[in-house]
Ligand binder design. Structure first.
Ligand code: FRU
Length: 496
């Protein structure tokens, strides 16, 4: 384990126990640990990886740098492995893909999983840099067998980058075609520094050929497309990308980096045109969302999990030696050319104590559980206003506010008073819905340091980290008198 410049590939087991213990102790002091969302045991969590249903279970990995905050220089970046029977209760297994070969000295970067008959294929990017700092990406395949052992193939499947594109070339998402062949989409950057998604084809998963770019009609949508994901849903082709470098446009593209989707034609190895002038729609309107990945559930549903976080932002958990959390899984569907995202139905199994509040009770403020599911069914909205304060302290000097401006018919999320601030340079308010009158439904999932809001059956979703300084959780709400509202709330059961 020689770190800095020379061979720095090694296995987790080679990291000294003392470093591991110290890191774990620091995490244990955090007031922000989530109750039912996935977080790294220590260190940095980013993209979800390798999400697949295989051998009777869901497998999920995340990008993991366990000792990023240790004082020793431990440069280890790989995949952490989790399994679940139901998508909502996860077992933490430990390191999954380790950066233990010369093809991933600077990290086993993001990639995807594909369940085969008796093995789970994992296709990912090995990130390396030469002594002079030049980046060389490798696309690598590892296989997990039914006993959970992960074995890498000796050869990287794709070496370096493609002519016409830079070394920002990573995050393969693989799928199989009807005739038993394989396609993969890989996040890329053209030589003119614009983002693209390149498609590769293979008959056997060993020999890969670049077929070219997916055509979307967008030649200048940011400088790099990270973590592309392609899938078919309801007879349409869906491409999700996380582009970097989009300019803010009015209320759009407010975060440091974006994630959004296109819906178009089905792709085949002979047909890479998703469309000519497709609409790029943001997937999540909250403050913290990036690099999601989807898979197909055992019953055919398309499920998405995202990183509830963003690169390059500082989060208050870092002083406790960790950072990052994943969203709850979402079921995807398409309605009138738009992707709908709903919390997975399995979340219902986690419902505990049920409570309902009247308007009047809510106006007084109510103490609620710190792990909470809330549903507001609001109707008769014409010109009226309302505001809902979540995750408040007892005197409501802190709160996270959802408010509706009746004149403009706009729903906003405001985290300016949410506690310890994060990402302030990117603003403290987000517009979640425009031109909405009549009815509005809000389905909200609260944890110690996050809030996910599903609006109107998933037409919009907003995921955000919040860092309330106390863990007392109060909610209150004001609704103009003509507004009718029904409020349901459930404690969420958890083991933490
Ligand atoms: C996205 C990303 C990916 C890369 C990974 C490294 O957040 O930058 O493009 O594979 O993170 O952790």
């Amino acid at each position: 384990m020689v770190v800095d410049n020379i061979e720095k590939y090694f296995r987790f087991s080679e990291i000294p126990d003392g470093i591991k213990e110290e890191a774990a102790q620091k995490v244990a002091l955090s007031p922000y640990r989530q109750k039912y969302h996935i977080e790294a045991p220590t260190g940095y969590l980013n993209d979800p990886n390798g999400f697949a249903f295989f051998n009777g279970q869901y497998h999920l990995f995340f990008q993991w740098s366990p000792y990023r905050y240790a004082k020793e220089n431990i440069w280890y970046q790989g995949w952490y492995h989790l399994v679940s029977d139901n998508l909502v209760d996860w077992q933490f297994l430990g390191p999954g893909i380790e950066p233990d070969s010369k093809f991933e000295t600077h990290g086993a970067y993001s990639g995807s999983g594909l369940a085969m008959t008796d093995e789970l294929l994992l296709f990912y990017t090995g990130n390396t840099r030469t002594a002079s700092g030049k980046r060389i990406p490798y696309q690598i395949i590892a296989k997990m067998n039914e006993s959970g052992e992960i074995i890498k193939r000796q050869l990287p499947e794709v070496i370096g980058n493609v002519a016409g594109y830079t070394d920002h070339f990573r995050d393969p998402k693989i799928w199989s075609t009807e005739n038993g062949e394989f396609l993969a989409v890989i996040g890329s950057q053209r030589n003119n520094l614009t983002g693209a998604a390149l498609v590769f084809h293979s008959k056997d998963t060993y020999d890969w050929q670049c077929l070219g770019e997916i055509e979307t009609g967008h030649k200048e949508l940011g400088y790099m497309w990270e973590c592309p994901d392609y899938f078919e849903l309801a007879g349409e082709g869906v491409l999700i990308i996380s582009p970097q470098g989009l300019q803010q446009e009015e209320e759009q593209y407010q975060n440091i980096y974006q994630t959004g989707y296109f819906i178009g034609n089905l792709l085949t190895k002979n047909q890479l045109t998703l469309g000519q002038n497709l609409t790029f729609t943001e997937l999540d309107l909250g403050f913290d969302f990036y690099a999601p990945q989807t898979t197909i559930a055992s019953d055919g549903r398309r499920i998405l999990i995202g990183w509830m976080g963003l690169p390059e932002l500082e989060y208050p958990t870092e002083k406790f030696g960790y950072c990052g959390t994943l969203t709850i899984p979402r079921e995807l569907s398409i309605d009138e050319g738009q992707l709908l995202q709903k919390p997975v139905r399995e979340m219902k199994a986690k419902r505990g104590l049920y409570t309902t509040f009247s308007n009047q009770e809510l106006a007084l403020g109510q103490k609620v559980s710190e792990a909470l599911e809330l549903q507001f069914k609001i109707s008769e909205l014409t010109q009226e206003n309302f505001s809902i304060d979540l995750c408040g302290n007892q005197d409501f000097s802190e709160y996270t506010r959802l408010y509706y401006d009746g004149k403009k018919a706009e729903l906003w999320l405001d985290r300016s008073q949410s506690g310890t601030v994060v990402g302030e340079n990117y603003g403290t308010k987000r517009l979640l819905k425009k031109n909405n009158r009549g009815e509005l439904s809000l389905h909200i999932f609260i944890d110690i340091s996050s809030i996910e809001i599903f609006i109107d059956g998933g037409t919009e979703v907003a995921s955000s980290r919040i860092f309330p300084t106390s863990q007392q959780r109060f909610i209150r709400g004001y609704f103009d008198k003509n507004v009718s509202v029904k409020i349901d709330s459930w404690d969420i059961q958890h083991n933490n």
